[in-house]
Design a protein around this ligand. Structure first.
Ligand code: SF4
Ligand code: SF4
Length: 444
């Protein structure tokens, strides 16, 4: 049986992912980390430490000051040597806490816990305890949106299904794929905790059919056991991993406009989030590391397991540097990521890994010259949200935010499909996303 959602595209042929999914995850321990107090797009924390403080790995260093934030912990042991203020690409200011490592990191051994190599007895954990630990451990969605996981599980709705997003539909990124291949047991233990935390009937782990090996690996862990887990393989089609698209493709249900998936009994989590839940709840390790794909036009594309706060320039250096001069560096995938640098050398690349950083993708920069819309309708055909992007774009250019709202700009998932197919090279996704932000800001 095929599982499709409305719209979507095939932006790549698969060779892009092979750049980084053919070799093991490398572990990297930096001497210094720069941890932003803004770990996801919509959340600011305030520092809970001061310059000169000594911290151990896992100590709380940042507390949320607004809805959508989550605790932030020291990702290495050491001394706070600086706390500075920085601005992100949107101009929003937040603090950066700089920790210099001490010898404790150098002596670390990577011991493997039971939950990382076997299914463990979870009967001693209550639903309430799991949710509290997710909150304390600063768990947020690792798929990019970065919403605190415990808030999803505090819903009053009756949850029937947990969808575990292992689609990794963005081209080039393979961090989820490699995490599953190397940490399958921790992922499954985490999924079982999420089922418990929600009283769901079952979890469905959703793959695209270009990751058969990862699906088989998890299948081998859960097969012959009475577990509330199903593995589902979906056609490779971007943006298969979008929350609404996943619900439509897997459950044949529709999340009503303006509502959360919980309103129809569904919670969606990224596969990396499931592993982080196991680390926190069973391993008592807050969310302080993640896997990051560094790929594209670098000498040695690879996935790295790194502490949060690892500087981007170090990751590019580890990967042998750029292979071209006119490069564009993107944090995240090429469809939805944020451009960090165009041209220049990697030692001038600023920024560091956050909990939401899935990858650094280096591509050749191709300047876009927008031309007038020719009304071909391609953007409307591929829009997975069922919108008419060219109409919203016209309204956005006219600053008609009310019309943007009437055209349902708030339903845009910023997938970039419209911009990708537009023969006039119009920056549709960018302008529609800006309009959406403006609608929310004005409460239009
Ligand atoms: S309008 Fe939004 S949801 Fe639709 S294709 Fe463009 S970016 Fe994607
Ligand atoms: S794809 Fe581009 S040219 Fe075609 S209708 Fe949409 S905005 Fe216009």
């Amino acid at each position: 049986m095929k599982h499709y959602f409305h719209g979507g595209i095939h932006p790549a042929d698969g060779t892009d992912k092979q750049l980084s999914n053919q070799k093991p995850i490398r572990i990297y321990a930096p001497k210094t980390v720069e941890i932003s107090m803004k770990q996801s797009p919509g959340s600011i924390c305030e520092a809970a430490v001061k310059v000169g403080d000594k911290v151990s790995k896992g100590d709380l260093i940042g507390r949320p000051v607004e809805f959508g934030g989550a605790n932030i912990h020291a990702s290495i042991s050491g001394t706070i040597i600086d706390i500075r203020t920085d601005s992100d690409f949107s101009g929003r200011k937040s603090e950066i806490i700089v920790i210099q490592s001490d010898d404790a990191n150098a002596d670390e051994t990577n011991s493997i816990s039971d939950y990382e190599e076997s299914l463990v007895d979870l009967s001693g954990y209550t639903k309430e305890e799991i949710i509290i630990k997710m909150n304390e451990g600063g768990i947020i969605g690792l798929g990019g949106a970065g919403f605190p996981t415990h808030i999803k599980y505090e819903t009053k709705e009756r949850i029937k299904y947990i969808l575990i997003n292992a689609a990794e539909c963005e081209p080039y990124l393979t961090c989820d794929h490699m995490l599953i291949m190397e940490h399958g047991y921790a992922v499954i233990n985490g999924v079982l905790l999420l089922v418990k935390a929600s009283d769901a009937d079952k979890a469905i782990i959703c793959f695209e059919d270009n990751k058969q090996d990862a699906a088989k690996h998890l299948e081998s862990i859960v097969s012959d056991k009475e577990l509330p887990i199903e593995i589902k393989i979906l056609p490779t089609r971007y943006p298969q991993g979008g929350e609404r698209q996943l619900v439509e493709a897997v459950l044949r249900m529709e999340v009503p406009a303006g509502k959360l998936p919980a309103s129809i009994g569904v919670i969606i989590n990224n596969v990396g989030t499931a592993k982080a839940v196991a680390d926190t709840v069973i391993g008592s390790i807050p969310l302080i590391t993640r896997v990051v794909t560094v790929t594209g036009e670098v000498k040695e594309p690879c996935n790295y397991m790194v502490p949060i706060g690892t500087r981007f320039c170090e990751l590019i250096e580890l990967s042998g540097g750029y292979t071209i001069k006119d490069q564009r560096v993107i944090e995240g995938g090429p469809m939805t990521g944020i451009c960090l640098q165009i041209g220049g050398t990697y030692d001038t690349l600023s920024g560091s890994v956050t909990k939401a950083t899935s990858g650094l993708v280096v591509l050749k920069d191709v300047p876009k010259d927008e031309t007038p819309c020719i009304r071909c309708g391609e953007c409307e055909r591929v829009c997975p949200a069922g919108l008419a992007p060219f109409k919203i774009d016209f309204a956005a250019i006219e600053d008609d935010i009310s019309l943007c709202n009437k055209l349902y700009a708030t339903e845009c998932i910023s997938c970039g499909c419209c911009s990708y197919v537009c023969p006039a090279k119009r920056e549709l996704a960018y302008r529609i996303t800006e309009a959406k932000t403006e609608i929310y800001r004005l409460g239009a």
